[in-house]
Write a protein that binds this ligand. Sequence first.
Ligand SMILES: [Zn+2]
Length: 370
Amino acid sequence: MLKAYKYRLIPNKEQREMINKHIGGCRFVYNWALETKIKYYQEANQKLSAYDLNYMLTELKNENEWLKDVYSQSLQQANKNMESAFTKFFREKAGFPKFKSKKNPVQSFQIPQHYKVNFDKNIIKLPKIGELKAVLHRAFEGKLKTATLSRTSTGKYFISILVDDGKEVPEKPKFTEQSTIGVDVGIKDFAVLSNGEKIDNPKYLKKSLKRLKVVQKQVSKKVKGSNNRKKAIKRLAKIHEKVTNQRTDFQHKVSSRLISENQAIAFETLKVKNMVKNHSLAQAINDASWSSFITKMEYKAEWYGKTILRIGQFEPSTKLCNVCGYHNKDITLEIREWVCPECKTKHDRDINAAINIKKFALQDQNLIVI
Ligand SMILES: [Zn+2]
């Protein structure tokens, strides 16, 4: 069974430069791979695989000498990641793969193998980068799989190590209508459940989000390139990081509870339309948050032998009466409650959607098989 362990890294100046070079190099290769794949498809109707791109990588490295300082397997991993973004796009009808931006708050790259962890000395040895000090607060046993190095917006470095503990994945027991729950993204709440429960974001998180909005405005008002702007950007990065940490804690609590209370959990895939529309940073974090929440649910389900049912987005999840099936075309975003004209059932918009998601998932409608 695979489990991830995350540790703080304390690189020295030289190591920081090397990590940053790796981050930049892998982002460069990922974007090149995406561009090349699109180009070959459009111009020659040819579908390049990660294998083809790895082959072409040699030429790219000759044209860009600096890439030779970056661990070659990390660069190849960037090609692989780009390919999985495409697989996800086709299989889950998720958003079209995006180019990676320097501006993303968290920057990362991966090392698939050939690194070492020394718990006695609190050291992690990475290819091309060397021996780094690390805070190895808890040990693990098992086979090292891919490691992900990340740099946060406030300049902290972390490593997340995927470990295979060699244990069998627990068998998934059969689930029933009773032991299944449907979960929908709420408009006001974090999540809404088919049993009528609404899970709101905790107060402390809302407070931080408000603060995030305020500081974001301050940044946009400051003159570009000014020292005041730089200071405000630093402050923004700090709050951003705080929000991310608070959210992660909250998501762990909610996901653990949902997993322990149910045998199966049904979701609808993230609404791509909403993601394209969002302009504000706070909204972007919200959307990213939902997908990281689903990721947590998915791996916890594996650990504890629970089933995740994912259905493709179906437009009328909020418009369909879950009792009689009446399709109410008049439901707009503003309408929070409605009465079914056919069977007279009174609906809460989000709870009705969550019930529909559960129903569809149990009837194998629109089900995404992963
Ligand atoms: Zn009805």
